[in-house]
Design a protein around this ligand. Sequence first.
Ligand code: C2E
Ligand code: CA
Ligand code: CA
Ligand code: CA
Length: 275
Amino acid sequence: AKEDGRNTHRFFETDMGTAVNERRELITDLRHAIANDELEIYFQPQYSLESHTVSGFEALVRWDHPKRGMVPPMEFIPLAEDTGLIVPLGEWVLNEACRLAAGWPDHLRVAVNLSPRQLRGHGFGPVLIGALAKSGLRADRLELEVTESVLLIESEEILDALHQAKTLGVKVSMDDFGTGYSSLSYLRRFPFDKIKIDQSFVRSMAYSDESVSIVKAVIDLAKNLKMTTTAEGVETELLLEMLKDIGCTDAQGYFLGHPMPVSQMQDLIYACGDK
Ligand code: C2E
Ligand code: CA
Ligand code: CA
Ligand code: CA
């Protein structure tokens, strides 16, 4: 039995070792990927429910790993956050998203996701100003999406960075609204332009009247605070109709369009035309 125990122990160690090595390898690969153009941005359309037209696109990063294929963000964003690689990665996404969006009809916006770590220190202001200057993108065509975890860190630096963005004319959205601990108090701490209602609430509207009431309450609250609302994860026409009925301003989801590579956007961008 003693022997068994030791074998089990050894086996476990080896297993852990493999996981650690694998993680280390992925970190090395990610560092390389940022420097060598292996990252790519997919764009998912967002629709205005009032005009029934595309209002903009959310930039969603993808990693085309030479051996592993497409690695989803959920597998490398947390790693990038832990190691600090999110700072150069995020800067790359911001620059690239602004550069590409500058070529779209000028009523279309681009939304970029930010991790808390990108906003700490005093590096973000210059990065943001640089991205706008290099691309020539009008500031009000850029939206920064932050989750409430960004405000969870009681930090003057972070609030300053977000206020600086607003002063430049950049829009700021609260992402994944409703999933955290105390979303409501964050609405008081920072003047967001937009609330993105989390997919979990949107999806459950199909079978739960309570969820419909909650989403409607969020939309009414946002209206009173002069914020717009984007429903995420809209996968059916029924959901789209329900959201329109309760006054949601914008929607995003597979029913309206999947995230797509730039090479597949041409027709949609063309159809948006100049307004
Ligand atoms: P998110 O910001 O909440 O982005 C929405 C996610 O939902 C995207 O997943 C999108 O593909 C997916 N989605 C959109 N419509 C639907 C739908 O109708 N049904 C379902 N089931 N899913 C839908 P994705 O691209 O895998 O990104 C996952 C998360 O990774 C994002 O969640 C965001 O938190 C993070 N992320 C992506 N790109 C970046 C980035 O450039 N920087 C940072 N910091 N985080 C990023
Ligand atoms: Ca987002
Ligand atoms: Ca979201
Ligand atoms: Ca999310």
